[in-house]
Design a protein around this ligand. Sequence first.
Ligand code: TEU
Ligand code: CA
Length: 543
Amino acid sequence: MKWWQDKVIYQIYPRSFNDSNGDGIGDLKGIIEKIDYLSELGVGAIWLCPVYQSPNKDNGYDISDYQEIQSLFGTMEDLELLIEKAREKNIYLLMDLVVNHTSDQHPWFIEARKNKENDYRAFYIWRDGDEGEVPNTLSSVFSGSAWTYDSPSSQYYLHLFTKEQPDLNWKHKEMREKIYQMMNFWAEKGIGGFRLDVIDLIGKEPDLEITANGPLLHDYVHEMNQNVFSKYEDMLTVGETWGATPEIGKQFSDPAREELSMIFQFEHMMLDQQEGKDSSNKWALKPLEISQLKAVMSKWQTALGNIGWNSLFWNNHDLPRIVSRWGDDQTYWMESAKLFAILLHFMKGTPFVYQGEEIGMTNIVVSNIDQVDDIESRNMYFDRINKGYSKEQLLHAINVKGRDNARTPMQWNGSVHAGFSSGQPWLCVNDNYETINVENQLHDPASILSTYRQLIHYRKNNELIVFGEYELLYTEEEVFSYLRYNDTEAILVVTNLSEKAHRFVYPKNLVLKEQIISNYPNQEIYAEQIELKPYMAYAVKVA
Ligand code: TEU
Ligand code: CA
């Protein structure tokens, strides 16, 4: 068993986690202050979103110096102390690396754009074209064309995100070697591994308008593995791959291929958007069909076989809060927040918990684009407001799917600014912080936080959850129930993903043993058939 196969990983968006110096922005010292909280929760690693030098056009996903910590977050000594303090509690640190693109303020790009003969020119992707006539129809995930004209050197350069995030040219060996040098710099600091931002884009073929899963992608990832990851004992690497299928997931995570440990696939996260070519279709909303959720989650539970390894998640810094998205953040807030935890944490794979998920933090509501920070939402708004969309339509889409929903400050207690900062937070605190916060839940055995703590601890050294088989039960549409089993034991998970009561009939051959966890602890489950209350979820040992 690899160390990450029975652990849960906690994702920290540092800007919004905990502010130690009152400037309204979370920082590294603020994270160190919370190591005991994370240790008590029981997580085995922290995925730390980027803290490198950055102009913050995309809140750190536009890196201008890979080997310097941006002063807003602290110093390299703070980061080294965080690695040390976490390791003392058996918590590894995963650094978030963005190697598909840099900031346009990175020295490489500043050099590259000086002239076509510059040594760094080939670090990026340039194409001829008359100003006003982009090389092709490639579009940015963040709206508009993926090409921007660079007047001084009179060529276009490619950026799949903002124009301040020029894509690196992975065909250029010298560039790759500089990236591997940088990754080894971090690996030698004793980190537990890396989360690799949009890693499935580095094999792009812009002239063929191929972005994800290009022909040389796995060659590059294998080369990265051989030059960095494989040189360190048990390094954990997780790739963000929006376009992955199970077949691609196996290519990335089959240990024999020496690429990555696992990937984040997003097929389940696109089930409430209309069919479209990729994640940038996120704004075309449609209701979730639970039958599709059951089918997609079950496919990933079985399709990797014993070859690859899954990550498991509902939330991250780019996604709306799951309890608001597919649960009920009003009447059945507590029940539905616990339901998503129970539903996910008995599955096969490594679960990720995004800051605030463990206390049931919810989406926010904005009524004006001036309240929105996220560049993706803002670009979409200003791009579409002149194309016939109404302000109400656009703000509704942002309220449902915008990334700020995940980026409001962590709610530690009911004091001003939710205990996140003694200063004015960079982004408004959700106004429900007096009821939804860590302090209210820490010592309450019936809290969402206690549910997460129980699930995280239950997974440790649990052969059945880590390696057991998975089987979906066929039930009513809104009931999602599955079995985990091996030769000696089995667990049944039953969840009702609706505000309606549903009847549930146990399979004839199952004998119920002790209940493990439930969000309706006093509800009777021992009968041939039972009534599932709204958003009811429980797990029970069976024979
Ligand atoms: O996200 C990749 C990405 O495509 C997402 O931004 C996605 O398109 C959208 O947000 C879906 O909700 C990664 C990082 O996680 C994200 O924060 C960065 O903005 C992006 O790459 C560029 O580095
Ligand atoms: Ca701060």
